[in-house]
Design a protein around this ligand. Structure first.
Ligand SMILES: [Fe+2]
Ligand SMILES: [Fe+2]
Length: 132
């Protein structure tokens, strides 16, 4: 299941939007690798790229929250930590070739990412652009 990138998901911050678009492209790339039964090594490689990209993106976003004194930074950071915690747990399932692990990871990532961008990152954007 691919995530479609749409303008509705743009929060209006150039580098954060660019990160989000890249994350979607990487998740879709993993989805394609799974759909075409690409070898396990390639799938794990793509999965690791997603984790790295999230790490860079969260660091950038959290730095922006800090430098602009975002009042909801703590709860926002906790959402990021939650994702990392889940990805770490799923790495094990992925590497063990657990049944349905790949599909579950894609479904989880799609759902978490869409919800986080549309609610929490949009709220951050309102703070950045003075709409709150
Ligand atoms: Fe975020
Ligand atoms: Fe984000």
């Amino acid at each position: 299941m691919r995530i479609p990138w749409s303008k509705e998901m743009m929060i209006g911050h150039l580098s954060l939007d660019s990160d989000h678009e890249r994350i979607i492209a990487l998740v879709n790339g993993l989805n394609d690798a799974i759909s075409t039964s690409a070898n396990a090594g390639l799938q794990i490689d793509k999965y690791c790229q997603i984790i790295d990209c999230f790490g860079d993106h969260f660091a950038r976003e959290e730095q922006i929250m800090l430098s602009t004194k975002y009042p909801d930074a703590d709860s926002h950071r906790k959402e990021h930590w939650y994702l990392f915690d889940q990805l770490t747990k799923m790495t094990y399932l992925f590497e063990c070739n657990a049944p349905m692990a790949e599909q579950n990871i894609i479904a989880f990532l799609n759902k978490w990412f869409f919800h986080h961008v549309m609610i929490s990152d949009m709220k951050l954007a309102s703070h950045l652009f003075g709409q709150t």
